[in-house]
Design a protein around this ligand. Sequence first.
Ligand code: GLU
Length: 442
Amino acid sequence: MTVITRFAPSPTGRLHVGNIRTALHNWLLAKKQGGRFLLRIDDTDSERSREEYVDAIREDLAWLGIEPDGEERQSQRFTHYEAAFARLADAGRIYRCYETAQELDLKRKILLGRGLPPIYDRSALALTEADHAEKAAEGVAPHWRFKLDREEPITWEDGIRGPQQFDAAQLSDPVIRRADGSWLYMLPSAVDDVEMGVTDVLRGEDHVSNTAVQIQMFTALQAKPPRFAHEALLVGSEGKLSKRLGALGAHALREQGIEPEALVALLARLGTSQPVEPVVDPTLLIAGFDLLTFGRAPARFDEAELERLNAAVVHQLPFAKVKGRLPSGMDEAGWEAIRPNLAHVAEAADWWEVVTGPIAQPDFDAETQVYLGQAAQSLAWSEDPWRSLTGALKEATGRKGKALFLPLRQALTGRDHGPDMAALLPLIGESEARARLERAAG
Ligand code: GLU
């Protein structure tokens, strides 16, 4: 059976790193098995869902290289939910309720005050048809709850958490539909998972109790529940759920100069027993993906770690991948010379200016000026002009180490540090290099 996973964001905002991690893991899980990864837009809430966020979700996934094999939208599937709703109603698994939010809140508070779990007391189940008729006559529409089967134990083998067990009597019958007819998340999601043939639901552990409820929905819909796995939540480097993390998305990271490969490499393995490494080839991440390596402790997302990984990724990026983002005139040799010095691709422009000039040189003392004058004269173009230049100067002056190299670097680039001079000098070119050395010599 083909593995089918899905990522089901609600388009009420942009994706944050936590969502992206879930999307990525579902994609890796599907690809590992040669399966399909679906994007399901959970847009039943027409007030809060925005088309611009749907576009942003697609864009972010595309940027990350997480390509869905299909896309579905809940807002186009209302007839399916109606049909499932009718079936569950016929089977006596749905009932009408009228409590207001305030009444429910009060009931919860009373139970909590008595030290009891705040479970809905099912008082609406006692309503008679005459009671319902009265409500209708008053113009009060019901909302609807799914009736859990309290006799049926709920168990599943969680792909990350191991064997799970829930007592339905300890859960509230969930509201599945509001009085205005709109759908809450719980039933549409189960219906979609059945009808889209989803075999594996991998999501955050904040969904564990939803899974308990949804397992009964699958059974009530006469469908086999998918396999479930719940991953530990993502927290900030300080170990807490941070506001920043909740707002940090692909868009912001991209503007910060983070490469998609770096974010993918980090999120793929964060919270697992596998080492986080600058793996830029997704096929390696796919091959190594394994739910058994996932830990139960919250995964810490550290932006400093992402920056380090990013630099390591940039050092590997081939010219073809970054071409469009490089300063004009910068060719493959230029990229390869400069790449090891970059933390972000955008910094290539600064180094390219060093190559093309003009550069500002420091003031040299008289002795160094003499040395640089010698350098201008010794400059001979060859396969490896840096090597011939420094070789000749070493011999002629007896200088070595820093005294040999630093003035040359300063005169040729205007800086104390930077890319390998052997790679940089050919890019600067013979006449420009000579001119810089002569100018530095005074
Ligand atoms: N739209 C739901 C959410 O974003 C989907 C949860 C699920 O994966 O079932 O939380």
